[in-house]
Design a protein around this ligand. Sequence first.
Ligand code: FE2
Ligand code: FE2
Length: 284
Amino acid sequence: MTGGVSSRVLAMLIAQITDCHIVEPDGLMADRVDPASGLRAAIDLINRLNPLPDLVLATGDLVNDGGATQYDHLDSMLRALSMPVLAIAGNHDDRTELRSRFTDLPKGGPDDTIDYVVDDFPVRLIGLDTSIPGRHDGRVTTDQMIWLDRQLSAARERPTIIFQHHPPFASGIPWMDRDAGFTGAELEASVLRRHEHVEAIVCGHVHRAIHHRFAGTVASSCPSTAVQLALDLSGAVPSYTNEPSAIALHQYTDGVLNSHIVPVVVADRWSPSWALEAEVPGDL
Ligand SMILES: [Fe+2]
Ligand SMILES: [Fe+2]
């Protein structure tokens, strides 16, 4: 057989997990969600893929409170993955813990932020740290964007994916954009407009799938492995919903990037089981 999808060479497959919000073993998130069950199911799914992904992007909020025992618990689960895991910080992470756990991450960014470039794969990967210690909203700084512009200028011929926790766009969900939004979107856009080789900006934070045209590329948020936030456009307070956990699979083939959102079956997320029916205040 000639031509067609089946004969194409798969150049690179990237799995994305995000907002795992891991707590202590046997602990619960918000007193009723077991985030470990979601991450375990996501890892099982990734390990059953054929072909296996080349790497996993973990786009922040990897633990719930930034504590060492939560990172121990996270480590114990991520060890089941056979491919490299690249992590960036979310608003629930601790940069010092993250640096001590993901020791292979290259040095890079301009400040205390964990920004870096990975050049080892067909698609170049740039991690951007949008976290602000002690706060839920995110930002990029002028220094970071000068650094980003320099990295992108250094390899204009290379397809590139940027990964960051906070999406550089408003979600349309009022409380989220007000209390946990992003500063610096226009600054980031001004850099991106100069670089057509950025295939995508992949993010987390929103606990929902959103796709957004952004400065000549596509920016998206991936659902959480732990729990999703309700799509409430009315301005109500945040709440969780029973929509499925998911991962994203970014498939780069023949010079084209396809991004798939893949639901993950998690049978035992709610504890106790009646918790789903209760009014659940959310936190992202
Ligand atoms: Fe977040
Ligand atoms: Fe989160």
